[in-house]
Ligand binder design. Sequence first.
Ligand SMILES: Cc1cc2nc3c(=O)[nH]c(=O)nc-3n(C[C@H](O)[C@H](O)[C@H](O)COP(=O)(O)OP(=O)(O)OC[C@H]3O[C@@H](n4cnc5c(N)ncnc54)[C@H](O)[C@@H]3O)c2cc1C
Length: 452
Amino acid sequence: MQNTYRNIATLPSVDILVIGAGSSGCMAALSAAESSGYLVMLVERYGFPGGSSTQMLDTFYGFFTPGDSPRKIVGGLPDLVVNELDGLGEIFLRPNTYGAGAGVNYNPERLKNVWDSLILRSGIRYLLHTTLIDVNPLTDGRYECIFWNKSGLSQVTASRVIDASGDADFCHLAGFAYETAGEKEPAQSMTTTFRMANVDLEAYEKAGGKKILKELMQATAEPLPRKEGSAHAMNVKSCISTVAVKVAGLNALNVEDLTKAETEGRKQAFVFEKFFQKEVPGYADAKIIGLSNQIGVRETRRVYGEHRLTKSECMAASIPDSSIFLCGAPIEDHREGKNGESETHWEYIPGSGVYGVPYGTIVPEKSQTVWMVGRCFSATHDAHASCRSMAQTMAMGQAAGLAAVQSLSREEAASVIDIKVLRNSLYKASAVLEMPGNPAKTGAEEWKHNFM
Ligand SMILES: Cc1cc2nc3c(=O)[nH]c(=O)nc-3n(C[C@H](O)[C@H](O)[C@H](O)COP(=O)(O)OP(=O)(O)OC[C@H]3O[C@@H](n4cnc5c(N)ncnc54)[C@H](O)[C@@H]3O)c2cc1C
């Protein structure tokens, strides 16, 4: 089908097109470019890369399993990002007290710069401020993709496409089937994150830190929308970052709802600010200095893939031969609780605490030339709630980049690719595909050593 746009520029065709420069998209583009001479293009609707990793967050989870004997279960290109940040003195390890295991805390502003440099270094054609708005499937398996940016409308023909838009915009426009979160089960809530400066962290820790914060949240008369959440030290002195706001029951694919969510998220952030200033030791003079660039969206479209990851597969803690990366994060489901109370439901992976994620979860059903990575990969609601930390989304990106290269070089359709060959490429790229025998070390220096 030909498009009917007037005044549209035709850009040179590309071999591999990646839509969205979030953690999964940056990694997919880097992985494809680093392992081939193919022309790779990466487009991003905002003016900076990173998606959630830089729009609102500051901690990579999912590199390590939770618990007393943590294993490092993601490696390869995602390590490169951490190493770059480490080389700049921009990371520290957040201890494994609860939740998804030890986190790698970074300065998100520096991460934008690190993603930029890695992308530019690898010769990727990189367009910021560029939004995918339409797709024409061609009869030979290629796709004509239509973009809008300040230069106007443009179109690019791509032989292979990796949808890393988070919301599966490409798959939606190209006609692939998906489930929209909220249709069958409640969608996970949305969160505006915020950062506060001028916090006396010493006074806060002396008063009881996290423990006292939890008690104060439960006891306060302030109308907190959620009586739990994390407020953790940042990479910048006297600053904290929070994941506390909770906006539930709205559809992030509906612009009226999304507008409500943004305004509600900002309102809630200042309710939290007042609570912190009035009641939490060390926060009397603290103020919000930054809200997330947009409200954090946990799930929208989950594309139906050649394989659909389910909760029972996660809980079986097995690593099938078709695995392309590992996950040890618990199910962390942010739901709307009873009587308007919010709650987060946690369920840990039993046994070895680790499961393998099959290749088919990043391939839309019957796809010849398309992959989807990151939070729109193929999983049920609860499996998705486990397998969405950024180490995993980066690992998916790495695998999809290599798969797209393999598909081009060996003329293999996405859905029937030789997985043994792909896994071999992943091994060579230092990806972790088997449960590591040895526990990861716990001292900061030794943790760092793991990234080398
Ligand atoms: C509130 C919240 C807290 C979280 N906390 C953590 C945490 O602490 N640690 C952790 O590891 N994980 C956390 N997660 C999960 C994790 O952040 C996400 O699962 C992960 O970042 C998703 O990565 P992604 O690449 O799939 O999508 P995104 O990061 O959303 O990237 C998608 C990119 O595509 C771009 N895009 C979208 N549509 C288009 C289009 N049409 N055209 C061009 N570009 C487009 C977007 O601008 C964006 O840059 C959290 C998630 C949320 C929402």
